[in-house]
Ligand binder design. Structure first.
Ligand code: TRP
Length: 413
């Protein structure tokens, strides 16, 4: 019992409230991500600490063989770098057995930045490749509890964020989006699962996993059950009927504590443990030491930015791995590992050959920082413009349609 929780706790020092995941340099938990290193979080260490598995070439090869698709560049380039039970999902797919996808977002501000798109880009790709149902949870309740927001404000942000999510191209026949404040009261089965989960986890365990303390409000302490519940298909009887299906959750690695807890309780409730694909963090313009902040518009490129804003922000704020003078740069070359323009290209430039060439030329000093920035600007401007065009077409009615509990196109009920 409590295997996953115990494994995770073994790897951390339990001497302060950040017990879930902190060592000398890196802090990674659902509310805080900080690294003191210029290159950001040490992800190999994180895999060990969290007890997950590395996404290696063998898994990627199998992915391609089983699905018949080349893997997405976010997987190929190690941006999604860690997993739990992905082999089992591939086996199910191979055997024609059903499963579903689950992801989510905490709506803390009305304008999302490019980093927020990463889990949705991979989820959309996975939905296309596997052709499976998808549920997307918008945790307006979580943001109400953690931020200085009124219930209605958080709920409204969820509605606005849903438009950006829908603009990523999700298929309405295959996708159910819900915000907790509106949905949970309508769905007794979801609530039952929340409470069943709540009965399996002690206060001592959530303290260990999330670092809660004696002065945290009880709403926070019970919230993990809300994020865990969508991992079980019986929470959505209108989609899955009485079927008990496993799910696959693409998310940033900071969300793993929720799902370690979920995986721990699943067998006791007669459910499957959710499988996971973990991404690394999208770095702030100023460098990889911190996660981007939705409240400081200069730390990132927002989905609402104009072409001019994109250009100015990159030119002014994108941390450079180049040298101080042109002469020095030509001689010593730039450092791609810390250069934010190069790092952003890894996320958004699809052409592998071109990216490789850029890396070579920048490292050798042939390509200058200004030229690298220009390339990033020319890649991001059309992506953001296309996103804005798609979003403008998402009406309130379309959002309400995605959020209506209904049978999807799959015949589980
Ligand atoms: N807690 C997440 C956030 O703050 C939102 C979320 C809910 C989520 N369910 C999820 C994220 C499932 C990934 C997968 O962003």
């Amino acid at each position: 019992m409590a295997n996953e929780i115990v494994t995770a706790i073994k790897h951390v020092d339990i001497n302060n409230s950040n017990v879930n995941c902190e060592d000398e340099s890196d802090v990674v938990n659902p509310w805080n991500v900080v690294s003191k290193s210029e290159t950001g979080i040490d992800y190999d260490k994180l895999i060990k600490r969290f007890g997950s598995s590395k996404i290696d070439d063998e898994l990627l090869d199998r992915f391609e063989k089983v699905t018949g698709h080349p893997v997405h560049h976010l997987l190929r380039r190690g941006i999604f770098f860690s997993h739990r039970d992905m082999h089992q999902i591939l086996t199910m797919y191979e055997q024609g057995k059903p499963f579903y996808l689950y992801t989510g977002r905490g709506p803390s501000s009305s304008s999302m930045h490019v980093g927020h798109l990463i889990p949705f880009i991979i989820t959309k790709w996975l939905q296309d490749v596997f052709d499976v149902p998808l549920v997307i949870q918008l945790t307006d309740d979580e943001k109400f509890l953690w931020k200085d927001l009124q219930v209605d404000e958080a709920n409204q942000l969820a509605f606005e964020n849903a438009k950006d999510i829908i603009a990523c191209g999700f298929d309405i026949e295959k996708t159910f989006i819900f915000c907790d404040f509106d949905f949970i009261g309508q769905c007794p089965d979801f609530y039952r699962n929340m409470i069943k989960i709540g009965k399996c986890v002690t206060y001592n365990q959530v303290k260990g996993i999330f670092g809660f303390g004696d002065s945290d409000v009880i709403g926070k302490i019970s919230f993990p059950a809300v994020q865990a519940a969508p991992s079980f298909s019986s929470s959505f009887p209108f989609i899955f009927g009485k079927a008990n299906l496993p799910c696959l959750i693409p998310c940033a690695i900071d969300q793993d504590p929720y799902f370690r807890m979920t995986r721990d309780v699943a067998p006791r409730l007669g459910y499957h443990k959710p499988a996971l694909l973990h991404s690394s963090f999208f770095p702030a313009l100023q460098g990889a030491q911190t996660k981007m902040s939705a409240s400081d518009s200069n730390t990132s490129i927002f989905l609402t930015d104009t072409p001019k804003q994109i250009k100015n922000k990159i030119n002014k704020h994108a941390f450079s791995g180049g040298q101080a003078t042109i002469e020095e740069h030509r001689e010593k070359g730039g450092n791609c590992e810390v250069d934010i323009s190069y790092q952003y290209l890894r996320f958004f430039l699809e052409d592998d050959e071109e990216l490789k060439q850029i890396e070579k030329n920048y490292s050798s000093g042939e390509l200058l920082t200004g030229e690298l920035k220009k390339k990033l600007i020319s890649v991001l401007q059309p992506i953001i413009a296309a996103h804005q065009e798609c979003r403008a077409k998402v009406t309130d009615q379309i959002v309400r349609d995605f959020m209506t509990p209904r049978k999807l196109k799959y015949g589980y009920c």
